[in-house]
Design a protein around this ligand. Structure first.
Ligand SMILES: NC(=O)c1ccc[n+]([C@@H]2O[C@H](COP(=O)([O-])OP(=O)(O)OC[C@H]3O[C@@H](n4cnc5c(N)ncnc54)[C@H](O)[C@@H]3O)[C@@H](O)[C@H]2O)c1
Ligand SMILES: N[C@@H](CCO)C(=O)O
Ligand code: NA
Length: 823
């Protein structure tokens, strides 16, 4: 025997009622014994309440609303019942509506609506919907009977939340079902008193009816048909990655629904649970979905937690004072007075110092609560035993729920850690000793970020989302996007990392979309939907979105953009960049960024500042972390200059390209800085050696780096990049001479940076075949670290140190490492 309950949306329209009929017919075809419980058509109960209020106030417009309710039911009849059978059904609906109108006339005359009359008014919704659906089923040849639950569910006279008399009800239900052979279509939500007055069963009403019937009839299962695919791991409107929970225990369902998961209201299912009858929550609009089974024990789970849920708006009341310590009765008095005023407490937390108690309440009652407590504790406050009673607003509670949390360690750690990494401050915490719910109170503006981050970290088979904001879609930026695009699936399936680009900007346009920008079409979208770039606006949007696991990637060489790094890090957004500007300015600024990242527990990564994707900074940091001491760094740090000297110096002197040609080639190959003068002037290398020295623990300032100039002054002074190339052409001989001098000695030209004894020097050297830098080819970089532990033979890193692919790939690796860190 199955009890099927259909909620308001399931009987809310002609289309949905067709689905209901189909579900019932399928059961009958399978030979199942069933009973059906129906809610009112969606919205009707609220309309009836409104109608009752209007009538009490003497507002005759209620008739119009009554007419609309009648029409909705008539329309179902017109659509689903053959014409020749309609008039009889119309008449019976009319009869019920007449009864309602008579009642309302009475109400509007005496201008009074007692709870008793209100229950009677509210009960019309179920009576109408059930009558109509019963007739629809009958007209299709099913043997059905309308069952008015008031005949079989008996209650006391606490109108609006009546208590069921189970002894009498069970007897009546059993007797009724024993004698009736037709399929019973039962009105949900209503019952009646001994005297026959209509009562309603309170919140979760029709579920309660189904549960009462299921328990009385010892049903095999109760199916609650609603408009979602069962219970979800989180509210899908807030957490897009939420998914269905196949099985859940009664206790878990209770915890989750207390915190806002409104699919079912478990207390109303208590009678069924007491008899161990499983409940299935199913979707009328997606009937083949398995939904959720609620029972005493859940099947083995993949995840340690079952779901997360929230109350979005609460206020926290804090009662604090040194006079509370060790004094018995303070909390009894506190919660006693709250109970007397019928104030419901959402969560309580007290640290064992007993110095303060805090509890969460509905913010609408906060002022009232404060007044009540100020009065109740007036003496304690006057004597200074209680300092003050304060209220904090704009807060939310998040509950992390699951039987799997019981007796398993690391869950609170994981929860707090993910909130910490995302910069979500925890205002208060509560965990019951049942250990199936940890609740945290946080600022409301962090709610969505916190829910998504928690969901992401606990439901791990699902990929964790990494939200990227990329500024700079030039050579490196667009190569990075291409690499992310082609690696997207691998990262998702193998590394459980879902990389989502949520912001893009270049000098002209910017585009932000918290849902993510498709990586194969970012360029078109930026062009068509992008707005004029404003970095302050871009950063402000990022802070508005407040997305979890956010990373800002600066792929520009801009000087102004770095001023945003600190506030981004402060907002717990990691920063990744190949841009050297931030790390090569004043030492104090470099230091401040490092500290901010450290203090906030976020990452500031810039491996590509030196040697592009080559592991130079990571290697250096590894040595320093392990306590090594630096003696000397010697390096070729310009891919551009390496390439130039290697190409310039090869081949037949007569036919080889000029210096200016080779510089152009280097630019075309993507080795140079956006402005190649930065490379040729030595400034780029100066920045790099400065960064390496700082990473090695030496607080160098830019002025401590000596650059022995490579270029004639006229080239440096050129007003633009094209003018610079013209000037280079004019100075071809200068470079040709340098080269020939070196070649005459069997040497090669190398632009070498060194750091030793607190001094950094960059100069053009001619090196012979005995020198380790002689063999360098292409755009290779080489770095040699001489340290206390690498003293006899230095540690050397060598390889291509410039170019779009290797640089983007280094940026990418930094980004992915943040993904792993956040996990
Ligand atoms: N090319 C390499 O081998 C290499 C290696 C390591 C590091 N880098 C660094 O990578 C960075 C990018 O180099 P690139 O070759 O891609 O440069 P690029 O000139 O091709 O691209 C720069 C991008 O930044 C954008 N941009 C600049 N200023 C901006 C601002 N204020 N607001 C918004 N957008 C802005 C531009 O519109 C462009 O999209 C530079 O810092 C460079 O030093 C490059
Ligand atoms: N322009 C730089 C890119 C790497 O930072 C170079 O040539 O080395
Ligand atoms: Na590097």
């Amino acid at each position: 025997m199955f009890v099927l309950k259909f909620g308001g949306t399931s009987v809310g329209s002609i289309e949905s009622i067709k689905q209901v009929i189909q579900i019932i017919e399928t059961h009958r075809e399978q030979g199942d014994t069933i009973a059906v419980v129906l809610s009112a058509m969606s919205g009707v109960t609220n309309q009836l309440i409104e109608i009752g209020r209007m009538a009490t106030g003497g507002n005759q417009d209620y008739s119009e609303l009554v007419r609309r309710i009648e029409d909705r039911h008539f329309n179902v009849v017109k659509a689903l019942i053959p014409i020749k059978e309609q008039s009889k059904v119309f008449a019976s609906i009319r009869g019920v509506i007449n009864e309602l109108e008579d009642l309302l006339r009475g109400v509007s005359l005496i201008r009074e609506l007692t709870p008793r009359t209100m229950d009677l008014v509210m009960g019309f919704g179920e009576r109408l919907s059930t009558a109509v659906v019963t007739e629809c089923l009958r007209s299709r040849g099913l043997s059905v009977a309308f069952c008015d639950a008031r005949k079989i569910i008996k209650t006391d006279d606490q109108f609006s939340h009546a208590e069921v008399d189970y002894t009498l009800t069970n007897e009546l239900v059993q007797a009724h079902f024993a004698k009736e052979t037709a399929l019973q279509i039962v009105t949900g939500f209503i019952g009646s008193t001994e005297k026959g007055e209509t009562t309603t069963l309170g919140r979760g009403g029709s579920d309660y009816t189904a549960s009462i019937l299921g328990a009385a009839l010892n049903a095999d299962r109760i199916d609650i048909w609603t408009d979602v695919d069962g219970m979800m791991t989180a509210d899908p409107r807030k957490v897009p990655n939420a998914f269905n929970i196949p099985t859940i225990t009664y206790a878990e369902a209770m915890e989750l629904s207390h915190f806002g998961a409104k699919v079912i209201y478990p207390p109303s299912l208590q009678p069924a649970f007491a008899r161990n009858i499983p409940i299935r929550v199913l979707n009328t609009f997606n009937p083949t979905h398995d939904g959720t089974v609620v029972s005493r024990t859940a099947e083995r789970r993949q995840y340690t937690i079952t779901g997360i849920s929230s109350i979005d708006d609460i206020a926290l009341v804090n009662v604090q004072g040194s006079g509370m310590i060790g004094v018995a009765g303070v909390s009894a008095k506190l919660f006693g007075v709250l109970a007397r005023h019928r104030i419901s407490v959402i969560l309580i937390s007290q640290a064992s110092s007993e110095h303060s108690i805090c509890f969460a309440i509905d913010p609408r009652g906060a002022e009232n609560v404060k007044a009540i407590l100020d009065m109740e504790f007036a003496t304690e406050i006057a004597h200074g035993h209680i300092d003050n009673i304060s209220i904090e607003r704009d807060l939310s509670v998040i509950a992390t729920v699951g039987e799997g949390m019981r007796k398993s360690s690391g869950i609170a750690g994981k929860l707090f850690s993910v909130l910490g990494k995302n910069g979500v401050n925890i205002v208060a915490v509560a965990q019951g000793s049942s250990e199936i719910n940890i609740s945290v109170v946080i600022n409301k503006n962090n709610l969505s970020k916190a829910l998504n981050a928690i969901h992401n970290v606990f439901f791990q088979s699902e990929a964790r989302v990494l939200n990227l904001y990329l500024v700079g879609t030039g050579l490196i930026g667009k190569t990075l996007l291409k690499q992310i695009c082609s690696q997207y699936e691998f990262l998702r399936s193998e590394k459980l990392l879902k990389v989502c680009v949520v912001g893009l900007a270049n000098t002209k346009k910017m585009l932000l979309d918290p849902k993510g920008v498709a990586l194969d079409a970012w360029h078109e979208r930026l062009l068509t939907e992008g707005v004029t770039t404003s970095l302050p606006a871009f950063v402000e949007k990022m802070q508005d979105y407040n997305l979890p696991n956010s990373v800002f990637i600066d792929c520009t060489s801009d000087k102004d953009i770095v001023q945003f790094y600190e506030s981004l890090l402060d907002a717990n957004i990691s920063v990744v960049t190949p841009n050297k500007v931030a790390n090569s300015g004043p030492y104090s600024e470099y230091r401040r960024l490092q500290r901010t990242a450290l203090n906030r527990g976020v990452k500031f990564l810039y491996e590509t500042n030196v040697g592009a994707g080559l592991p130079i900074i990571n290697t250096l940091q590894g040595l320093i972390t392990a306590g090594d001491q630096f003696i000397k760094i010697e390096a070729i740090l310009s891919g551009t200059l390496s390439y130039i000297f290697n190409s310039f110096g090869s081949g037949d002197p007569a036919s080889r390209p000029t210096f200016a040609d080779v510089v152009r080639e280097a630019k075309e190959k993507g080795y140079t800085e956006p402005d190649p003068r930065d490379d040729l002037s030595g400034q780029d290398v100066a920045r790099k050696i400065l960064i390496l020295a700082r990473e090695a623990g030496f607080p160098l300032e830019p002025s401590d780096v000596t650059v022995k100039n490579l270029l004639p002054q006229s080239c440096l002074d050129a007003p633009s990049v094209p003018a610079f190339f013209d000037e280079l052409e004019r100075n071809n001989d200068y470079f040709e001479n340098l080269l020939q001098e070196a070649e005459a000695e069997g040497k090669k030209l190398r632009f070498v940076a060194s750091f030793e004894d607190n001094k950094a020097i960059i100069e053009l050297r001619s090196v012979g075949p005995e020198h380790p830098f002689y063999q360098l080819t292409g755009a290779d970089n080489i770095v040699s670290f001489t340290t206390e532990r690498y003293k006899d033979r230095p540690l050397v890193v060598k390889g291509p140190g410039a170019g779009a692919e290797v640089t983007a790939s280094g940026v990418f690796a930094d980004v992915v490492s943040i993904g792993s860190y956040l996990a």
